[in-house]
Ligand binder design. Sequence first.
Ligand code: ADP
Ligand code: ADP
Length: 220
Amino acid sequence: MANFIVLLGPPGAGKGTQAEILSKEMNLVHVSTGDIFRENLKNETELGLLAKGYMSKGELVPDDVTNAMVKDRLDRDDCRAQGALLDGYPRTPDQAAALGEMLREISGKLLCVPYIAVPAEVLVERLSGRWTCPVCSTPYHMVSKPPKVAGKCDHDGAELYQRDDDKPETVKNRIDVYMKNTAPLIEYYRQQGLLAELDGTQDIAAVSKEMLSLVRGRAQ
Ligand code: ADP
Ligand code: ADP
């Protein structure tokens, strides 16, 4: 039975950063709904055009669209065989229910839900300093995680960019949307005995270390 992990936490908590590390260590497919939407946006697909308006305002893309996209991704052979690390999904109770159904269908096991807790004032600082690779989506930070060569991705040398939705007005709305729609999932997964809260204000390596030992413990 393949294992699945859901990474929970507000925008800027460090989900993408930790997912990059954890997916390699645990050999899980990294599935980021934000990355899939941005890829579609870049390629100007129908899905990308639909998502664009929501993303630019920091609103959530409707559940039916998002659930269908994730189902399509989890149905593929790599996820079925290796399992996956879900980054940025689910973000609403409806999505959490849909994920439960998808995992039943593919006989996947939700191993645990690490919740990266970070207070709102830290999030704003993190997102305003975030630089992202347009090719592999790796997030960097001007202060806490600078690339080896200024402005270039460590992995592929691509020119880093600042995401449009990381500007302060949109960040504020994304945090509000998170509080309203996504924060209730903390309790939902706690009640299922799957939640593990981590202090996301620690440095990147300390968060990874805690997360890895947690996940390895559950995987046994
Ligand atoms: P999310 O995917 O949850 O939105 P990211 O992983 O993109 O968050 O991280 C947001 C920003 O914060 C990035 O610029 C990243 O380099 C930085 N960051 C991530 N984790 C930490 C940490 N533990 N301490 C300091 N900065 C961090
Ligand atoms: P962050 O890493 O900062 O949390 P993401 O890259 O995960 O941001 O998401 C960027 C945007 O993509 C969101 O603001 C939203 O518009 C859309 N999005 C991503 N995941 C979902 C989801 N599960 N449901 C609805 N919209 C989503």
